[in-house]
Design a protein around this ligand. Structure first.
Ligand SMILES: Nc1nc2c([nH]c(=O)n2[C@H]2C[C@H](O)[C@@H](COP(=O)(O)OP(=O)(O)OP(=O)(O)O)O2)c(=O)[nH]1
Length: 145
């Protein structure tokens, strides 16, 4: 009998893109792994690539926009059944282009209070909690007085 293969561990940069007090979420398509789950745009780090460079490349490939990569949020690791993912989140702003769905099924620009309503990829939940906490401390662009 074959030994169990080692569970893959992937490293993924993800962009929390803010504009006008809203944050962009992207819905995975029916044909992707984790179909219809919501996530932040981004993808796997290539060999030797910084997370920031990865994000600029991936967001251009996925949504046809340029972004400015800003502050890093805490890195989070999550073990799915089939693989483990470490997410490297950065707060970003759009730079140029028009959001175009190249891989995703949909995007939504969410107010902070709408974010947790969506069905997110599980690994994103601690990222969103941390992001919302820093926004409510006034670190984000938000609508706080
Ligand atoms: N981009 C992104 N991926 C995420 C998030 N949360 C999360 O669990 N993931 C997972 C989904 C994917 O399995 C993986 C990212 O891989 P990817 O974007 O390069 O590739 P993919 O989904 O097409 O998967 P693959 O077939 O190439 O393995 O990380 C997130 O917020 N953003």
């Amino acid at each position: 009998m074959k030994a169990n293969p080692v569970k893959p561990h992937i490293h993924v940069a993800c962009a929390i893109i803010e504009h006008d007090g809203r944050t962009l979420a992207a819905q995975r398509s029916e044909t992707m792994k984790m179909p219809l789950k919501w996530e932040f745009p981004g993808g796997k780090l290539e060999s030797g690539e910084t997370p920031e460079a990865c994000l600029v490349r991936e967001v251009r490939e996925e949504l046809a926009i340029g972004i400015n990569v800003g502050r890093a949020l805490p890195v989070a690791t999550h073990a799915y059944e089939a693989f483990t993912v470490t997410l490297y989140p950065f707060v970003c702003t759009p730079e140029d282009g028009t959001v175009t769905l190249i891989e995703h099924r949909a995007v939504a620009w969410l107010k902070p209070e709408q974010m947790l309503v969506l069905d997110w990829a599980e690994a994103d939940l601690p990222i969103i909690a941390g992001y919302l906490a820093t926004r409510s401390l006034g670190a984000g662009e938000g609508t706080q007085p």
